[in-house]
Write a protein that binds this ligand. Structure first.
Ligand code: ZN
Ligand code: ZN
Length: 165
């Protein structure tokens, strides 16, 4: 996956999350802090259960439950720190939506692989479309579904056999 350069942000994810929780009358508990630290330790897309596994492996996280991880993920999404990308039958994955530039995804329906891309012509086209409708665009998301290069190269007969098992 080609790495997009990260965007400089003045407020850390932890601080931004703390502010969001405060508006809901909630506190940044030790558990929530551990989860946010783990989420922002790498940019890779992740499935909720992969995060549960990562959090449980931490020395300081013995008492963070699976349901706490799931609830915190929803809050992080609501706070604008994470965004969810739908992969159909491969399940949803989360990725950073804070401190990371606007980009779109090619999503392989066979293996669930995600390819990130940024294309200036698409942004320009969307600006034009929004202008035509006198629409003030704040952001966009574009998810393109299909088959990735790896899956296209895989011998078809073998692939069909595997599918039937
Ligand atoms: Zn694929
Ligand atoms: Zn992405």
């Amino acid at each position: 996956m080609p790495e997009l350069t990260s965007v400089r942000v003045s407020v850390s994810p932890i601080e931004k999350f703390r502010e969001f929780l405060a508006t809901k009358g909630m506190r940044l508990t030790r558990e929530r802090e551990i989860i946010v630290n783990e989420v922002f330790s790498s940019h890779e897309h992740f499935e909720p259960d992969q995060l549960v596994a990562r959090v449980t492996r931490r020395d300081d996280a013995q008492r963070v439950s699976r349901s706490t991880v799931y609830r915190t993920l929803s809050s992080l999404e609501e706070a604008g720190l994470l965004r969810k990308v739908a992969r159909g039958e491969h399940g949803d994955v989360y990725e950073h939506d804070y401190g990371y530039p606007q980009h779109d995804h090619l999503i392989c329906q066979k293996c669930g692989d995600l390819i990130e891309f940024h294309n200036k012509a698409i942004s320009k086209l969307l600006d034009e479309i929004a202008d035509e409708h006198n629409f003030r665009m704040s952001s966009h998301r574009l998810e393109v579904y299909g088959t990735c290069d790896n899956c296209l190269r895989r011998p078809r007969r073998r692939h069909q056999k595997l599918d039937m098992v």
